[in-house]
Ligand binder design. Structure first.
Ligand code: GLC
Ligand code: MG
Length: 527
């Protein structure tokens, strides 16, 4: 049985995502930075997670807040410098924490020297490092592709009389992975950081990185409605999920494995991929030529929050995995709405229990351990370019990127200055220091769940079996050797009668569980 095997840290462990702009500001400019993170590492370590994934900290004009990289092998002065990064890495390792960086291979910034050269003339040696095409016969863009942020995916460059491709902002030109020199340069980026000692990478929009060679039009999506993003008007058949992107992932993996082999420290690749199960599963690659260790699974974010739906989601996802594919679950990110805003504070506690008791590596997003909920962003403080490109959709991501509230001192201890985004309105009470004093807090619950997960191999690596359950209840068992735990989650705001048996190890509610029932919004772990 798989659950009896030895497991790597990225299988038994928990990943914590830090959004560096909003974690902790050490220099009083209102924006978080590396020294700020280092100063707050004890919070992360004491939570009981195993690894940190840092969203991009590289030099960037910040058109997409760091996902527009102008130099892949340096640190933006806003965040610090390479020595500050080395100090953070050493401080993380000293606490037993792994550190993953964010690798952004689909596109660079338009300010990257590579692109500056590429756009300088049609004959420049780096012209082919990006995707340039002549206009269509009518003078318009070369094909019908739509940017993920809305609008055409092509930008006209008047001086050289061609369009360049950008799957995201015009300030984020897509790199051409079919060019061997560009590819070699980008592989060297991985080596640069692996040589510095990082434990791996989260790979940004991995399924986007190669496009069908002839760049054919994408087919229309017949199911599209105006409530969806403009991107969804087309099916991204030719712009994403190409065989060549899988082949590249296998190359990334082989490179990571070289470092694992040479140092005995396992380096890990996580792919950001939005695809249905069968196609997501292919990103593990075949066992003899593996691709990423973990293709991110966003289904807890994408699906309705009810027991029947989630039981189906869990079963279908696990059934879709190849035998060597280790599962993973994501509940929040800098791109997704806050879980507590979406399902409410009471269910956010149940959601945390779900995330930390499912089979597979959980990724926990900063601030979710405090159950930060909806944060209104006044119109004049909206920063997210995705909002500005499609304001009518109200999908701005700023609401999930607000600063960490550390304590009840001015600016929540995040900064001595006004933070770049507003704080959650309830920060005077919803902050790390206050919740640390409160045994009933979300922080205390998260802490207890992480401790239980660490103490119980059944939770971290055990087999999982879904159980039949009354409506509104999600129930499953986790088994490791002779140890068997049962998890019962009431996804409703009413009590549910159920004859549970066993010894309660943990409840999401305060006070002892009541035999014969699950209280409203209660989740319990039973031995
Ligand atoms: C990923 C990032 C997102 C970014 C986009 C373009 O989805 O998570 O924040 O805007 O890629 O790089
Ligand atoms: Mg700062």
């Amino acid at each position: 049985m798989a659950d009896e095997q030895q497991h790597a840290w990225w299988q038994s462990g928990v990943i914590y995502q830090i959004y560096p702009r909003s974690f902790a500001d050490s220099d009083g400019d209102g924006v978080g930075d590396l020294a700020g993170i280092e100063a707050r590492l004890d919070h992360v370590a004491s939570l009981g997670v195993d690894a940190i994934w840092l969203s991009p900290v590289f030099p960037s004009p910040m058109a997409d807040f760091g996902y527009d990289v102008a130099d892949y092998c340096a640190i933006d002065p806003l965040f610090g410098d390479l020595p500050a990064f080395d100090r953070l890495l050493a401080a993380a390792h000293a606490r037993g924490l792994k550190l993953l960086l964010d690798y952004v291979p689909n596109h660079s910034s338009d300010q990257h020297p590579w692109f500056v050269e590429s756009r300088s003339s049609r004959t420049n040696a780096k012209r082919d490092w990006y995707i340039w095409r002549d206009p269509a016969l009518d003078g318009g863009p070369p094909n019908n592709w739509i940017s993920d942020f809305g609008g055409p995916a092509w930008e006209w460059d008047e001086p050289t009389g061609q369009f360049y491709l950008h799957a995201f902002l015009p300030q984020q030109p897509d790199l051409n992975w079919r060019n061997p020199q560009m590819k070699a340069a980008m592989l060297n980026v991985l080596r640069f950081w692996l040589d510095r000692g990082v434990d791996g990478f989260r790979i940004d929009v991995l399924w986007h990185i190669v496009k069908a060679e002839a760049l054919p039009d994408n087919p229309p999506n017949p199911a599209w409605t105006r409530a969806q993003t403009e991107r969804d008007r087309l099916i991204q058949r030719h712009s994403t999920d190409q065989p060549e992107a899988h082949a590249l992932s296998a190359e990334f993996r082989a490179l990571a494995e070289q470092y694992t082999g040479a140092t005995g420290r396992e380096r890990v690749l996580i792919g950001e991929i939005f695809l249905p199960n069968e196609r997501l599963a292919r990103w593990y690659g075949p066992p003899e030529r593996p691709q990423v260790h973990l293709p991110f699974n966003f289904q807890l974010i994408e699906n309705e929050w009810d027991a029947a739906t989630l039981a189906r989601v869990v079963a279908d996802y696990l059934a879709s995995l190849p035998p060597h594919g280790w599962p993973n679950w994501v509940l929040g990110s800098h791109d997704a709405p806050r879980i507590a805003a979406r399902i409410g504070g009471a269910q956010a506690r149940v959601a945390m229990m779900l995330l930390l008791t499912l089979r597979g590596t959980p990724t926990l997003y900063q601030g979710d351990e405090l159950a930060i909920g909806h944060v209104p962003i006044p119109p004049d403080r909206i920063r997210d370019p995705q909002h500005h490109r499609q304001p009518h959709l109200d999908i701005g991501r700023d609401r999930s990127r607000t600063p960490m509230p550390w304590n009840s001192s001015p600016h929540a201890g995040f900064s001595t200055a006004e933070p770049w985004l507003p704080l959650n309105r309830d920060w005077p009470t919803r902050n790390v220091a206050t919740q640390a004093q409160d045994p009933a807090s979300m922080l205390a619950l998260t802490h207890a769940l992480l401790a239980l997960r660490r103490a119980e191999p059944a939770l971290s690596v055990g087999a999982i079996q879904l159980l039949d359950a009354p409506a509104g209840l999600l129930a499953y068992q986790r088994t490791h050797g002779t140890r068997q735990l049962t998890i019962l989650l009431n996804l409703t705001a009413q009590g549910i009668d159920t004859e549970w048996r066993g010894t309660p190890l943990l409840s999401t509610l305060v006070g002892p569980p009541q035999p014969g029932t699950l209280r409203a919004n209660e989740g319990i772990v039973l031995a």
